[in-house]
Design a binder for this molecule. Structure first.
Ligand SMILES: NC(=O)c1ccc[n+]([C@@H]2O[C@H](COP(=O)([O-])OP(=O)(O)OC[C@H]3O[C@@H](n4cnc5c(N)ncnc54)[C@H](OP(=O)(O)O)[C@@H]3O)[C@@H](O)[C@H]2O)c1
Length: 332
């Protein structure tokens, strides 16, 4: 028997512990092409909120009564799949279960000697690749430009800001906690970081921090923060729509300023993307990120919850801003 966490009901507004249920289940026998895994580290990610709703999206919703699926690293304890041996650590989309038998197709063996296992869920994994392709492919940062990133102290944001610094930009981060603000400026070298929870006039604060206007905006949060940044864009600015976390729990249709006149008058580009659009280029992104991590140009940090049963609490914490860097759950 093992433990599994299922989606018990679809959240309305902010997810609550009662939307999840932990239960005991049996484990099937191993068959050809499958591996038996013990979970090691789970990733909790904001996009999973979308899968908890049944609204049409780019990825199918989680089913009620079925386990939550997410990114994770697990260890092979039995294998009937070529290329996977006992003791290997694998990365993939796995169910929220302590022990599992799953198809090995889609799993990737990862090497603890190259990087800590948690990095494959963060800077060298999906969030790092999101920052890399969104910023460089859509944002096209140029030396001397001003780049603003919201959700700046999270898994994606801290990578975005540091890559923009590598490209010679002036970088302004927006986050919701003084500890995060200090980390961005003192540890990561952001030029300015603004606390949107304590700034009385966030548009004024952004204007003050960006005397030459905004050339690139990496939008992780949407809502009023983004309205304020977009009002400051320069001619030819690039707005990268990566995430809209401030709207994920909205229970009515959010409305805001009509931004098309600004986009028109400033000849700006605004483009959304999903990181999987770049799947064929992931090896390029991984190489670049690993190179910067190896040379010390990219720093990274995690917020770690311990214990399998903490998964729902950790996921909910994303919406409360409790994480600095990547939020992960280690089973032990
Ligand atoms: N397009 C893609 O393919 C793709 C891939 C990965 C992630 N994303 C998106 O990128 C964004 C960041 O993801 P992540 O994994 O790096 O998460 P994260 O930033 O590590 O964690 C979420 C953070 O969002 C902030 N937040 C929560 N509610 C907020 C609100 N109402 N207003 C403003 N900020 C709020 C909190 O920080 P504060 O303390 O600053 O409030 C929280 O720590 C998310 O929107 C996510 O959906 C998109």
């Amino acid at each position: 028997m093992t433990q599994q966490i299922i989606l018990k009901s679809r959240p309305v507004g902010v997810p609550a512990p009662g939307n999840f249920e932990i239960r005991s289940i049996g484990i099937p026998e191993l068959s050809k092409g499958k591996v038996r895994l013990m979970a090691h580290t789970f990733s909790v990610d904001p996009y999973m909120r979308g899968r908890m709703s049944d609204a049409k999206s780019y990825i199918a919703p989680f089913a009620i009564g079925e386990p939550i699926m997410g990114g994770g690293v697990a260890q092979v304890v039995e294998s009937k799949a070529e290329g996977f041996k006992i003791g290997d650590f694998v990365l993939g989309m796995i169910p929220w279960q302590e022990e599992m038998v799953i198809d090995a197709a889609g799993l990737q063996v990862v090497d603890e000697k190259i990087a800590p296992l948690s990095y494959y869920l963060g800077i060298l994994g999906m969030p790092g690749l999101t920052a890399y392709f969104g910023l460089l492919d859509i944002g096209k940062p140029q030396k001397g430009e001003t780049v603003v990133v919201s959700g700046a102290a999270g898994a994606v944001g801290i990578v975005v800001g540091q890559i923009a610094k590598i490209y010679g930009c002036r970088v302004i981060g927006i986050a919701g906690d003084q500890k995060k603000i200090d980390y961005l400026v003192n540890e990561l070298g952001f030029d300015v970081a603004l606390n949107y929870k304590t700034e009385v006039n966030i548009a004024g604060a952004i204007a003050g921090a960006c005397p030459d206007g905004v050339d690139g905006y990496f939008d992780n949060v949407g809502g009023e923060i983004s309205d304020a940044v977009i009002s400051q864009i320069n001619k030819g600015a690039r707005i990268i729509i990566c995430g809209q976390i401030s709207l994920y729990n909205a229970t009515s249709q959010p409305v805001g300023p009509r931004i098309q006149p600004t986009i028109l008058k400033r000849s700006a580009l605004m483009q959304g993307f999903i990181v999987s659009n770049y799947a064929s280029r992931f090896p390029e992104g991984f190489q670049a990120l690993a190179g910067w991590v190896g040379s010390g140009q990219l720093k990274y940090t995690n917020t770690t919850y311990h214990g399998f049963e903490k998964l729902p609490e950790a996921f909910i914490a994303l919406f409360e801003g409790k994480n600095l860097g990547k939020l992960i759950v280690e089973v032990k």
